[in-house]
Write a protein that binds this ligand. Structure first.
Ligand code: DSN
Length: 478
C-alpha cells in the first residue's frame, strides 16, 4: 500500500465533508495539527493506525444489528456478522480467551455488561428481572436499595480511586457505586504498592460477590494469580479491568501471574488505549459466563456500532503481528526511562517508579496542585492529565498528581533518550511554575505563574523533540 493512498483517502474525505460543513473539516484538520505538534503524554491515549481510522468512516455506521452473530433482531446483518466474528476471533486468539464480546461502546459499557453478567449468572430474582426490562438509569436510589436487599450479596471489592482504581470500580457517583454495596482496597502508604494480605483480609471480612482487579493510575504490575486465589477463598467472581494495560498483555509484556486472562473469570477492556485500536470496549470471559455476556444487548447496550467493530477487527489483527510485541516492550522501556529521568532530577513518583506504561508524579514536591501543574505543562506544549495520588489532600478535582504515559509517544517512535529529554522539559516547567493566591491572599489551588517566554521555549523544544518522528507521516492534508 502506498503512502499516497493514505493521503488521498483522508484528503478526499475532508473534501467531501468540507462541501457540507467546512467548519467540521477545519476542526478535523486542526486536530491533526494539534496532535502533531504536542507532546502527548496522556496515559490513556494513543494514535490508531490509518487503516483502523478508515474502517470507522463508512456505511457500517448506518446499520442496526442488535443481537449476536447469526442471531440478529434486524435483517440484512450478514456483513456485520463478518466483522463482528472477525473482531471476536482476533480477540480470542490474541489474548488466549475462551470467549470475546466486542460490542461494548466504551469501557464503562464493558464493565456494566460484566457486572450484569455476573449478577445474572449468580442470581435468579424477580427484582433483577424487573431491572433487566427497565432503563437502568431510571432506577432511583430506593430502587437500588430494594434490589440489593432482595438480591442478597451484591458487594463489590475494588481498588479505590485515589489509589489508582477506576470510577467504574465502585466509586459512589458512578452507577457501579449504586448497583453494588462497595468497599475498596488501597495501597500501602509507605510503598504505594498493593498489599495483597490486606486485600485478602478485606475480602474475608466483606465477602464480595465480585473482586475487581485493574486500575487506571497504578504504575505497577498486579499479581492476578494472587487476586484469583483471594477471590476463590471467599467464593467471589474475579473480574479484571485491563483497559489501561491491554496492549501490554497483547504484546506479552505481562505474562504468567501478570496476565489477567488465564486467572480472571471475566476481563474487560477498552480498545483505544495501549491496545491502539478504535474508541470502544470489549469483554473476554470464561465459557460459563459467555451466554450472559452475550446478553449485553439488550441488557446494557442498544445497537452495536458495526463501523467500530470493523475497526476493532483491523486493530486486533495489527496487534497479532510480531511487531506489536516490540511496540509493547518499548512502551514500558520508555515509561521506565521517563521515570528514571524524573527521579534523577528530584521528582517524587508514586511507588518510586513504574513497571507499566504510566508514571504518577506527586507534584506537591514542586509546591503545586495537579491542576496547576497540568495547565503549566499544557502552556508548554506538553499534554498530560492531573490525577489523585493515594490519600490525596486536594481531592479528585485539583489533585496532587500528574499522570503521564508513553503509549502515544512510543507509537510515534520516540525512544528512551528522548524520554530523558522529556523528563527534563517536564521538570523545568514544574520547577519554574509558582502557585498563585486568591484575591483574599489565601493559596489558590488553580492559579499559577509561569514565565510566558519559558513556556514558549519549552514548547519549541517539545516540537523539536517530535520533529524526527512525524505523526501519520504518510498523511499530507495540504
Ligand atoms: N478516562 C480513562 C483514563 O484516562 O484513564 C479511563 O476511563
Amino acid at each position: 500500500m502506498s503512502h499516497n493512498a493514505e493521503s488521498t483517502a483522508f484528503r478526499s474525505a475532508l473534501e467531501v465533508i468540507r462541501a457540507v460543513e467546512p467548519r467540521v473539516a477545519d476542526a478535523i484538520g486542526a486536530e491533526l495539527t494539534d496532535q502533531r505538534e504536542s507532546l502527548k503524554l496522556i496515559a490513556s491515549e494513543n494514535y490508531a493506525s490509518p487503516a483502523t481510522l478508515l474502517a470507522m468512516g463508512n456505511w457500517f455506521s448506518d446499520k442496526y444489528a442488535e443481537g449476536t452473530v447469526g442471531r440478529r433482531f434486524y435483517a440484512g446483518c450478514q456483513n456485520v456478522d463478518t466483522v463482528e466474528a472477525l473482531a471476536a476471533e482476533h480477540a480470542r486468539e490474541l489474548f488466549g480467551a475462551a470467549h470475546a464480546y466486542v460490542q461494548p461502546h466504551s469501557g464503562i459499557d464493558a464493565n456494566l455488561v460484566a457486572f450484569w453478567a455476573v449478577l445474572a449468572d449468580r442470581v435468579e430474582s424477580p427484582a433483577l428481572k424487573k431491572a433487566q426490562v427497565r432503563q437502568v438509569n431510571d432506577l432511583t436510589e430506593a430502587d437500588w436499595f430494594a434490589l440489593r436487599r432482595e438480591l442478597g450479596n451484591q458487594r463489590m471489592l475494588g481498588m479505590s480511586l485515589d489509589a489508582g482504581g477506576h470510577l467504574t470500580h465502585g466509586f459512589r457517583p458512578n452507577i457501579s457505586g449504586k448497583m453494588f454495596d462497595q468497599r475498596s482496597y488501597g495501597t500501602d502508604l509507605a510503598t504505594g504498592l498493593i498489599d495483597y494480605d490486606r486485600v485478602a483480609e478485606a475480602a474475608r471480612e466483606f465477602k464480595p460477590l465480585i473482586l475487581v482487579g485493574g486500575y487506571s493510575a497504578y504504575p505497577r504490575k498486579v499479581n492476578f494469580r494472587i487476586l484469583r486465589e483471594i477471590a476463590d477463598s471467599v467464593g467471589a467472581t474475579f473480574m479484571v479491568d485491563m483497559a489501561h494495560f491491554a496492549g501490554l498483555v497483547a504484546g506479552k509484556v505481562f505474562t504468567g501471574d501478570f496476565d489477567p486472562v488465564p486467572h480472571a473469570h471475566i476481563v474487560t477492556t477498552t480498545t483505544h488505549k495501549s491496545l491502539r485500536g478504535p474508541r470502544g470496549g470489549m469483554v473476554l470471559c470464561q465459557p460459563e459466563l459467555a451466554d450472559q455476556v452475550d446478553r449485553g444487548c439488550p441488557m446494557v447496550l442498544g445497537g452495536p456500532l458495526p463501523h467500530v467493530m470493523a475497526a476493532k477487527a483491523v486493530a486486533l489483527a495489527e496487534a497479532r503481528r510480531p511487531d506489536f510485541a516490540d511496540y509493547a516492550q518499548r512502551i514500558v522501556d520508555n515509561a521506565q526511562a521517563l521515570a528514571e529521568g524524573l527521579l534523577r532530577r528530584g521528582a517524587t513518583l508514586v511507588t518510586g517508579g513504574t513497571d507499566n506504561h504510566l508514571v504518577l508524579i506527586d507534584v506537591s514536591g514542586y509546591g503545586l496542585t495537579g491542576r496547576q501543574a497540568e495547565q503549566a505543562l499544557l502552556d508548554s506544549g506538553i499534554v498530560t492529565n492531573r490525577n489523585s495520588v493515594p490519600q490525596d489532600p486536594n481531592g479528585a478535582w485539583y489533585t496532587s498528581g500528574i499522570r503521564i504515559g508513553t503509549p502515544a509517544l512510543t507509537t510515534r517512535g520516540l525512544g528512551t533518550a528522548e524520554m530523558d529529554q522529556t523528563a527534563e522539559l517536564i521538570h523545568t516547567v514544574l520547577t519554574h511554575t509558582t502557585a498563585g493566591a486568591n484575591a483574599d491572599g489565601t493559596p489558590s489551588k488553580a492559579k499559577y505563574t509561569l514565565d510566558a517566554d519559558l513556556a514558549d521555549k519549552i514548547a519549541r523544544q517539545a516540537t523539536d523533540l517530535l520533529a524526527p518522528h512525524p505523526l501519520y507521516p504518510a498523511i499530507d492534508l495540504a
